[in-house]
Design a protein around this ligand. Structure first.
Ligand code: ADP
Ligand code: MG
Length: 235
């Protein structure tokens, strides 16, 4: 069976709150981390646990930072192929560790797009990472880009992981929904949010036992709406 979802709604209030809260949490967090590092020489084991937990908070905050308030001047023309090449390069070490092979097939003559490059980069990091994590004992990830519709770019990310059951699908993209021991459950929410800000859409097709396919459509000129300047792209 094929599951399809399309969710580009209900996330804007969360996004606006997230930006503010993330900023407020980040500063004390940085201070805490610094002082703990100073303390480390004395109370090593306790401090190590505290540093790990702080890093976890930091990761959650970072992912929240990626969906922020609308802005106005961060969209630029970029070659989406370059962004994806870069993400694949960045994720190579993790893929190798899982024995995962990433293939990028270009079927687009022109892959230029008006976008917020760091945000789109974060989308592809989150999705390809999910595919890698879905195949801990190896497999293939195929990324396909297609510009047969001249007004939009279509990007397909396909993996050979266990797939996602039909009853799980409605939860994907909801904050903190994760099936992973160390997951944050924020990756897909961030993806939906960013793609929405680019006036595109993302759908998830999955078949248990066969794999998962994410389909993203991005119009070449996503006007006016922008995400706030943030430091994104955390691997
Ligand atoms: P996280 O990766 O931190 O768990 P995400 O929002 O990225 O959070 O993903 C939420 C959940 O969706 C994952 O925990 C997993 O159950 C499921 N999922 C996402 N992508 C895939 C995939 N490619 N294959 C199988 N399951 C997936
Ligand atoms: Mg994830």
């Amino acid at each position: 069976s094929e599951n399809l979802i399309r969710r580009a709604e209900k996330l804007s209030i969360v996004g606006e709150l997230a930006a503010g809260i993330a900023h407020e949490i980040r500063n004390p967090l940085t201070a805490l981390k610094g002082f703990l590092q100073l303390l480390k020489s004395k109370e090593t084991s306790y401090v190590d646990i505290m540093l790990v937990e702080i890093e976890r908070i930091n990761q959650i905050v970072n992912e929240f930072m990626c969906m922020a308030k609308p802005h106005t001047d961060r969209f630029v023309e970029m070659d989406l192929k370059e962004i994806i090449d870069n993400v694949i390069f960045m994720l190579q070490p993790q893929a190798l560790l899982y024995n995962v092979q990433m293939n990028f097939e270009m079927d687009a003559k022109d892959s230029r797009i008006i976008c917020e490059p760091n945000q789109l980069k974060q989308v592809f990091i989150n999705l390809i990472k999910n595919s890698i994590e879905a195949m801990p004992s190896g497999g293939n990830i195929t990324v396909l880009m297609d510009d047969s519709d001249t007004s939009a770019l279509q990007i397909v990310i396909r993996d050979e992981g266990p797939g996602i059951s039909e009853d799980q699908i409605p939860y994907l993209g909801k904050p903190f929904y994760t099936t992973k021991e160390k997951g944050t459950g924020l990756g897909l929410m961030v993806c939906f949010k960013i793609i929405e800000a680019h006036h595109g859409y993302m759908s998830i097709q999955s078949e248990l036992g066969k794999g998962t396919t994410m389909v993203i459509r991005l119009p070449r000129t996503a006007t006016n709406q922008i995400l706030e300047e943030t430091s994104c792209c955390h691997v």
